[in-house]
Write a protein that binds this ligand. Structure first.
Ligand SMILES: [Zn+2]
Length: 150
């Protein structure tokens, strides 16, 4: 839903506890948001205190809804996991693996295929249940499964 010029807001289909804000250049705060994101070399930021996710609508271009779901799943995985001990690379791999798991579990199969392909192309990691559990650990996976069951 467009709530003001250049700002589309909706609850994530991955987890309605997360609000997605897609911001476009005709919104007055777009330049400030994009400056912050470009410093972080990203097109999406998550505020874990509010669970608000802001996505650069201009950068996503004509990505389809499945691509948006991939971005959401990846960011929600970051937010769900305590990754303070991990390197940036390991945290990215882990968030893709958990993101794929979330998409598959919720039946977003086309989106999960897109994220699987991205993980393989960017990091050379092939998704499987075994890789997921070995990477994330059983204890932390259980937390995510419990959260999904809520
Ligand atoms: Zn990430």
């Amino acid at each position: 839903m467009e709530v003001e010029p250049g700002l589309v807001v909706y609850k994530s289909k991955i987890d309605p506890d997360y609000m997605v804000f897609v911001i476009y250049e005709d919104n007055p705060i777009y330049p400030a948001i994009v400056e912050e994101m470009s410093e972080m070399k990203t097109i999406c930021v998550m505020d874990t205190s509010t669970n608000f996710m802001i996505i650069d609508g201009e950068a996503i271009g004509d990505l389809n809804p499945d691509h948006l779901l991939c971005i959401e799943a990846h960011e929600i995985a970051h937010a769900m996991l305590d990754q303070t001990e991990l390197t940036e690379e390991d945290a990215e791999i882990e968030s893709d693996l958990v993101g794929i798991f979330l998409l598959k579990t919720l039946g977003f199969n086309e989106a999960s295929v897109i994220l699987e392909r991205r993980l393989y192309n960017q990091r050379g990691v092939e998704y499987s249940k075994l890789t997921l559990v070995e990477t994330v650990g059983e204890k932390r996976m259980k937390k995510i499964i419990d959260k999904l069951a809520e």
